[in-house]
Design a protein around this ligand. Structure first.
Ligand code: SF4
Length: 66
């Protein structure tokens, strides 16, 4: 199952990914990006790919695997 992964070492919590996929990402009250559900499905993949592409820090990736 594919999952979206966040590199918290480079994420600056600017919420650009949240703007594209608000059901998946949100920035919490402590300015920390949270992933609601990291599962990438056939249904949400194109939106997740747009969120990954929108990240100016290249902090997101889709990990394909079992
Ligand atoms: S767009 Fe990138 S830097 Fe911004 S909150 Fe999302 S993962 Fe972090």
């Amino acid at each position: 199952m594919a999952r979206v992964e966040v590199d918290y070492d480079v994420c600056e919590a600017n919420a650009l990914c949240e703007a594209t996929a608000p059901d998946m990402f949100f920035v919490d009250d402590d300015d920390q990006l949270q992933v609601e559900d990291p599962t990438v499905t056939d249904e949400n993949r194109s939106r997740v790919e747009r969120a990954v592409a929108s990240c100016p820090k290249s902090a997101l990736r889709i990990a394909d695997g079992a």
